[in-house]
Ligand binder design. Structure first.
Ligand SMILES: NC(=O)c1ccc[n+]([C@@H]2O[C@H](COP(=O)([O-])OP(=O)(O)OC[C@H]3O[C@@H](n4cnc5c(N)ncnc54)[C@H](O)[C@@H]3O)[C@@H](O)[C@H]2O)c1
Length: 250
């Protein structure tokens, strides 16, 4: 098993790609703690993993709160004895042209998508250093690499921040054996993209931009995250793993 003996924490793990990572990490031998604002879905997923014989701990977490980050990482280490892997996956989308976006909406998206990654990383760094190293995987987007006319500036700016923050982390903490890499998914079939997939015009526009001609599945991304979490990627840090059906190759 590819994560045997590892302990992972995944933010935004109650549904979508985060839930796929909880399931895959657990199937690959990891002990998984995960946090989310969706308490019902999170508890149900933890019960599902336990039914399959795995060990998963759901903890309520709003990634914009430093105090809550400290509490969930403390609880994870108290329960499982250590931490090897952090996946900063929680995120929200946004809408509107630049002129339509209020300061409050800009701050909302930047706080969850960018500050949330900073706070999660800052909280786990001493734990990973104490552990002798670890792997941090930050979920950015293909929209950190190219712009697009039908997403929002606040979303793209937040994902661009995650991309370069990952490199800063990688460089500053390589000496501690801590790796940090970003993942750049294209359009993936999760609850976040449900609106765009059920509107025929938006769906057709998106599909026309994906050379492989389909939305990705949550597992398409989860397998990339698994690779970066495992020791198979031990010489990778500060890199960008693009999983976008060919979107950014054009
Ligand atoms: N779906 C896509 O097409 C796509 C493409 C590129 C990148 N992404 C990114 O992938 C990640 C996962 O997205 P998804 O598609 O699975 O979306 P999703 O909406 O299905 O899942 C996101 C999860 O994050 C949680 N979350 C939101 N705000 C939170 C907060 N403040 N604190 C804690 N948890 C919070 C949600 O409750 C949810 O469980 C996000 O960072 C997203 O931006 C998604």
């Amino acid at each position: 098993m590819r994560l045997a003996g590892k302990v992972a924490f995944i933010s935004g793990g109650a549904r979508g790609m985060g839930a796929a990572e909880v399931r895959l990490f657990s199937a690959e031998g990891a002990t998984v703690a995960f946090g989310d604002v969706l308490e019902e879905e999170g508890s149900a997923l933890a019960a599902e993993i336990a039914d399959k014989g795995g060990q998963a701990l759901f903890l309520s977490l709003d990634v914009t709160s430093a105090a809550q980050w400290q509490a969930v990482i403390d609880a994870t280490v108290a329960r499982f004895g250590k931490l090897d892997i952090l996946v900063n996956n929680a995120g929200v989308s946004g809408a509107g042209l630049v002129e339509d976006v209020s300061e409050a909406e800009w701050d909302r998206v930047m706080d969850i998508n960018a500050k949330g990654v900073f706070l999660g990383t800052k909280t786990v760094l001493p734990v990973l250093r104490h552990n002798g190293g670890g792997s941090i995987i930050n979920i950015s987007s293909q929209l950190a690499l190219v712009g697009v006319d039908n997403s929002s500036s606040q979303y793209m700016a937040s994902k661009g921040a995650v991309r370069i923050f990952t490199k800063a982390t990688a460089i500053q903490y390589a000496k501690d054996g801590i790796r940090a890499n970003s993942v750049h998914p294209g359009p993936i079939a999760t609850p976040m993209t449900e609106g765009g997939r059920t509107d025929p015009d938006r769906y057709n526009t998106t599909i026309s931009r994906i050379p492989l001609g389909r939305y990705g599945e949550p597992d398409d991304v989860a397998y990339g995250v698994l690779f970066l979490a495992s020791d198979e990627s031990s010489f990778m840090t500060g890199s960008e793993l693009v999983i976008d059906g060919g979107w950014t190759a054009q």
